[in-house]
Design a protein around this ligand. Sequence first.
Ligand code: GDP
Ligand code: MG
Length: 160
Amino acid sequence: SALYKAMAGKTPERSFIMVKPDGVQRGLVGEIVKRFEQRGYTLRAMKMMHASKPHLEEHYKDLSSKGFFKDLVAYMNSGPVVAMVWEGKDAVKTGRKMLGETNPLASAPGTIRGDFCIEVGRNICHGSDSVESANREISLWFKPEEIIAWDPCIKDWIQE
Ligand code: GDP
Ligand code: MG
């Protein structure tokens, strides 16, 4: 399509989306994956991982001065997570909209947090907050060869 031709040589926008340990334990992996698939984003990488505390401290380093940082790292280290790279038009901002607000109680029904949780320290999913954070997070969680190049056969029915 014209869009794919126009984007030739450019990397389409990607976001780092992660199902947190509570989302995995509650059986919400499929539900979260389903929403990104149905919206029209392309899954480029996915893995389950029980992340170490140093890895999580690096992931959340911007929050290291916060009072909740230790609890946040303990929560994220309490079980496996499912880390993903989703690609497509406006993936970062739209991904955040699909997640809802940081505080689930402030999240609109219809968003992932607004539909499935009530506690900021148990908010089931992560999404990058900018393209720069997305690039940093993707390279922290995935090796380049783990990001899979493929073309969904339905792409021309999703992007004009
Ligand atoms: P996010 O980008 O919406 O995930 O929010 P932030 O980047 O600001 O914070 C990262 C994560 O830290 C959030 O998703 C929450 O799980 C947790 N968090 C943020 N603020 C608080 C807080 O005030 N208290 C607690 N307990 N956890 C928080
Ligand atoms: Mg954040």
